[in-house]
Design a protein around this ligand. Sequence first.
Ligand SMILES: [Zn+2]
Length: 177
Amino acid sequence: MNIGAHIPSKNAIDEITKRKGDTFQIFISSPQMWKSPKPREDVDILQDYKGPIYVHAPYLINVATPNNKVRHPSRKLLKDTCKVAASFGAKAVIVHGGSVGEGGDIAKGYENWRKAIQEVESTGMRILVENTAGGKNSVARYMDSINRLWEEMEISMLDSVLIPVIPGPVAFQQKRQ
Ligand SMILES: [Zn+2]
């Protein structure tokens, strides 16, 4: 079993070595900004790391929302994050399930998720959907909503979306192949 932590992105390998971890999660761009990650200067060092590396996508991303002004940049930022994560061989990108907001149609949220997955598919990056502890119209909160998202995702990309059931950090849960 790999044990790890969410660590600072800069000098990540030194940071995880200090903590004696086997694996780690990092942000590769500001989690609070609509700004795509830059290519990593330490791509070789990250590629050589023996354990799995996970990337947490920015918090602002909500690919489920009916609001175009949030959904479109969310898809782009998720895709750009996946591209950079793929460049150094990250194991997966973790992204919050998102919500359709007050009065939103949750069925639309799942449909939007399907579109988002289709868009990032070409990057080859695995997506881990993090379930959320709050929000009335979250697409990945309760067992039934998580199950529904799972079913929807299977339509387009069977092995690439993992939905852990415990709210909170999920970086180190992996589906057995
Ligand atoms: Zn998270």
